[in-house]
Design a protein around this ligand. Structure first.
Ligand SMILES: [Zn+2]
Length: 273
């Protein structure tokens, strides 16, 4: 398989970073793979593993979600990514843990973060709260993409009301040049809404991690008419076999050009590659 995919959604972290119930969930859903997980979380090995799975570039995400999944520090992700071209580290800001989201983000950007991930339903905040606005201002100015979890989550303590894509309408309207992505495309109950919003706002995108590729056209029947807005992500390790995920996308009844846009071109444009 040619190495020409950008994966916009990969989680890494040591076992001790995540809460016990996260391990229990992973073990119950994919125990064989999860036994190997820890061996893979070494930068050199992981880079090779991704290349073997046709990934040319991978967005690597930290988690500051102490009440739901755990804490994978920004510093850990930045250190992990250093010196490896294939990794594109993002930082994350939890507004309950800081009074100055933008100052924290600035610090991580200086250290190499190339985008920002937000977890509203894991950290119980609305992404259109005014305290988040200086962060969006910074991201807009620096042309850094902001990836926001939308839709459902299996993890204990997460609250879906915060993950309604409609809250991003305010953000996209107030920051028209901000590159915003809806991770998981409004998963569960808001596919239509997320799709509609992505058509309404020129810089609002749908990132499809954690969605079964075979179902994409059921969730987004008009996908091909809005193909410039779709971005591939795996949500690894939640999806253990990245290559079969990509193969399934390649089998969708879409044009070759459209598949290339989902798997590489759209993300390359957003990331300035
Ligand atoms: Zn994720």
């Amino acid at each position: 398989m040619p190495v020409h995919v950008i994966d916009f959604h990969i989680h890494i972290g040591l076992k001790e970073h995540w809460h016990q119930w996260v391990h229990e969930y992973q073990n119950s859903s994919q125990s064989e793979f999860y036994k190997r997980y820890e061996e893979l979380i070494v930068p050199e090995k992981f880079a090779l593993y991704l290349k073997d799975n046709s990934i040319a570039k991978a967005v690597i995400l930290p988690d500051l979600c102490p009440i739901t999944t755990g804490v994978v520090p920004n510093e850990y992700v930045l250190d992990f990514s250093e010196g490896h071209d294939i990794f594109i580290p993002f930082c994350t800001i939890n507004p309950s843990l800081t009074n100055h989201p933008e100052l924290d983000a600035k610090k991580y950007i200086q250290r190499g973060a190339r985008g920002i991930k937000l977890y509203p339903s894991y950290n119980h905040f609305y992404p259109n709260e005014s305290r988040m606005y200086p962060l969006y201002e910074l991201a807009q100015r620096e042309r850094l993409p902001v990836l926001v979890h939308t839709g459902s989550s299996v993890f204990r303590g997460s609250k879906i009301k915060y993950a309604d894509p409609i809250h991003l309408d305010d953000v996209a309207a107030d920051f028209p040049d901000l590159i915003l992505l809806m991770a998981h495309g409004g998963r569960g109950i808001w596919y239509d809404r997320a799709f509609f919003l992505s058509r309404l706002h020129p810089r609002l995108y749908l990132e499809i991690s954690g969605l079964p590729p075979k179902k994409l056209l059921n969730y987004f029947p008009e996908m091909e008419n809005n193909i410039d807005k779709f971005i591939y992500g795996s949500d690894w390790p939640a999806v253990p076999v990245i290559s079969s995920n990509i193969e399934a996308i390649k089998k969708l009844p879409l044009s070759e050009e459209s598949k290339k846009k989902i798997l590489y071109d759209n993300a390359a444009e957003i990331l300035g590659l």
